[in-house]
Write a protein that binds this ligand. Structure first.
Ligand code: AMP
Length: 630
């Protein structure tokens, strides 16, 4: 049988390369776009969602059209973010791996420009760039675009959203007039239309899917809850979907951080991604998510741009975006590569109008969904556990030696009894936890509770003491890291901790008044990177200025080198948060209880995700949620 990519006009070298990537059949967008683009003599506008195979749709024809014997830039691909830039460059390298002399460079901000300039000097045919850095390099007269035949504007709507219009104008003006321009966009607002009009000559237009329609593989749902129940609703949704692998969108950096912190405290496998993190921290978070060592990525729109992680099961709009158009980009993080996905909005009654506006834009209707009851969650979790037990991989060699003793223990019990007991082990905890769980589905206009709630939260701080600690973001700590570090070494639960304020070489965190003394005593001998870790009441510690003296001398620099353990001696590597490649934040002493212990427990049955064993998570029994709310 002839390979279907070959039938579209792709050469053997490239067909073999995509075969190695596991591409067996072209996606619909590839089927439509490849033959058109291979002609090479037209401008092109493709209205296409992310995750549909767009990169290969333009990348494969581009490779066919380039003369790889000529060592000059012939194709320029502009895209909005560093992540996307790296992804596209890596994809094009993969597609062209069998072509001798093929060279692709990724040019993006926030990285060493010298290295990028060197690569350009060595000779490249394909330049993948973010607009700002590209302009910088053009300004240095470090690149010759006189042989450019094709310019691709990928995610054009995003580039305009991010204010790159002028940069794009300037860059395009340095390329030859007779080049062809291929534009891809998920939406077609007037500004993108204008680009097509100004820069293109009678472009061929292809709409992949219906015009302005979101990915057909995505279901859209909304849950209506009172504003004060939003967080509990989020947890309920997550609990009801034990295998969830989701991006949760918040409007502001602060919300993102708050939601992530609360989730971590409540035992979930989550982390935040937003613009206040350093590039290194963002990379770290993204790597964990990509490797599926993290279940919930809590992100702002800007930080999540260009996230191209496959198999995301859900996108959760914890808050609706201000710009309705952003919804398409958010929801496009799921339902990629032919997979199905669910995009969920958690809204209050006042926001139904916005849902209707979104429906008009995506050309699809939302389903109004009901939040599951506590009983529903218990049932779902129980069968998820049963399923996992059924499918668990048994390490025969390791378990064998214990089997006779285990058999002895169970000798009196029938098979049914054993099964019942195993299942009950976790089920009882869930039942206990959810026994008084309220119905969270909003009686639409009931906002009275919100005011009461705000009052309660305002009063919260008198129960907490603010503490100073001499570690911070220069030690590569995220707030989640700091939380784990304090919990593990202080032998307390995440529920005892309030706000965390991560600074440079130091940080502040709130802790319940009742446990301040024990925290101080547990932190007496804690070392980190061969220096003493010190905590002090924040009134005793000056907030302004970078304190270097707080915890003895910082040897070995800040954040250099590999950090194996954040604990006090002998920590070594251990997996945390459900079995990923996470380094330890704890000391050698593993007797610690509370949140971290629970989180760790998650790995035992969670297959990489925190799950059943991470109880309790919702209001019923004194969780972080309840503390915050009452
Ligand atoms: P993109 O829209 O280019 O970001 O592609 C989304 C995902 O689909 C990427 O992980 C690609 O590797 C994958 N992909 C693209 N084309 C195909 C194909 N023909 N068959 C299978 N997977 C594909």
């Amino acid at each position: 049988m002839i390979n279907p990519f070959k039938l579209l006009g792709i050469s053997d070298d490239v067909v073999n390369a995509v075969k190695d990537l596991g591409f067996e059949n072209p996606t619909p967008i590839q089927e439509q776009a490849i033959p058109v683009l291979l002609e090479g003599n037209n401008d092109f506008v493709g209205l296409a969602q992310t995750g549909t195979g767009k990169t290969a749709a333009f990348g494969l024809p581009l490779i066919e059209l380039i003369d790889f014997k000529l060592n000059k830039p012939q194709a320029l691909i502009l895209c909005p973010t560093r992540e996307l830039c790296l992804q596209i460059a890596s994809d094009i390298k993969n597609y062209s791996k069998n072509i001798s002399g093929a060279s692709v460079v990724a040019v993006y901000g926030g990285a060493n420009i010298v290295q990028q300039l060197r690569e350009i000097r060595n000779g490249v045919q394909v330049v993948v760039a973010t607009p700002g850095r590209m302009l910088d390099i053009i300004g240095r007269k470090a690149i010759d675009f006189s042989s450019v035949k094709y310019v691709v504007l990928d995610e054009a709507d995003e580039m305009l959203n991010m204010g790159f219009q002028e940069d794009i104008n300037d860059i395009l003006s340095t390329t030859p007039d007779d080049k062809k321009t291929w534009l891809f966009s998920a939406t077609m607002p007037p500004e993108v239309r204008r680009i097509a009009k100004n820069y293109m000559d009678n472009p061929t237009e292809l709409t992949m899917g219906t015009k302005n329609t979101g990915n057909v593989n995505i279901e859209h749902e909304y849950y209506m809850v009172r504003a004060r129940d939003k967080y509990a609703a989020l947890k309920r949704i997550v609990d009801f979907n034990p295998e969830i692998f989701a991006v949760v969108f918040c409007k502001t950096k602060m919300d993102t951080q708050d939601v992530a912190e609360n989730l971590i405290k409540d035992g979930y496998n989550a982390d935040a991604l937003h613009g206040d993190l350093s590039q290194q921290q963002r990379d770290k978070v993204m790597q964990r998510f990509r490797d599926r060592n993290m279940q919930l990525l809590i992100a702002t729109d800007v930080a999540a741009r260009g996230i191209d992680v496959n198999n995301v099961t859900h996108v959760i709009n914890y808050s609706l975006p201000d710009e309705i158009e952003s919804y398409t980009h958010r929801s496009g993080r799921t339902g990629r590569a032919g997979k199905t996905g669910i995009s969920i909005c958690i809204i209050n009654a006042k926001e139904t109008g916005k849902i209707r506006q979104i429906e008009r834009i995506i050309g699809k209707q939302f389903t109004k969904a009901e939040l599951p009851t506590g009983f529903d969650v218990c049932e779902k979790q129980l069968f998820s556990l049963v399923h996992k037990v059924h499918n668990v991989e048994v390490n025969e060699a390791q378990i064998e030696q214990y089997i006779p003793r285990i058999m002895d223990e169970f000798a009196e019990l029938s098979k049914e009894e054993v099964i019942k007991r195993f299942a009950s082990l976790e089920f009882n905890r869930f039942l206990e936890y959810y026994k008084n769980a309220p119905d969270l589905n909003a009686a639409a206009n009931d906002e009275r509770g919100d005011r009461a709630d705000r009052g309660a939260r305002g009063a919260r701080n008198s129960d907490y003491t603010r503490l100073f600690i001499n570690v911070g973001s220069v030690d590569e700590f995220t707030r989640g890291d700091l939380l784990s570090f304090v919990c593990n070494n202080g032998k307390i639960s995440g529920k005892n901790i309030g706000k965390i304020d991560l600074k440079g070489v130091y940080s502040f965190f709130e802790v319940e008044n009742a446990i301040v003394d024990s925290l101080f005593s547990n932190f007496k001998d804690i070392q980190f990177n061969n220096r003493s870790v010190r905590i002090e009441k924040s009134g005793d510690a000056p907030e302004g200025g970078e304190r270097r003296s707080g915890g003895g001398e910082r040897r070995g620099g800040y954040g250099g080198g590999e950090r194996k353990s954040y604990g006090g001696g002998g920590g070594g590597e251990r997996k945390s948060y459900g079995g990923g490649e996470r380094k330890s934040y704890g000391g050698g002493d593993r007797r610690n209880s509370g949140g971290s212990g629970r989180r760790e427990g998650g790995s035992s049955t969670g297959g990489g995700f925190r799950d059943f064993s991470g109880k309790p998570r919702e209001g019923g029994s004194g969780t972080g949620e309840r503390r915050r709310r009452s």
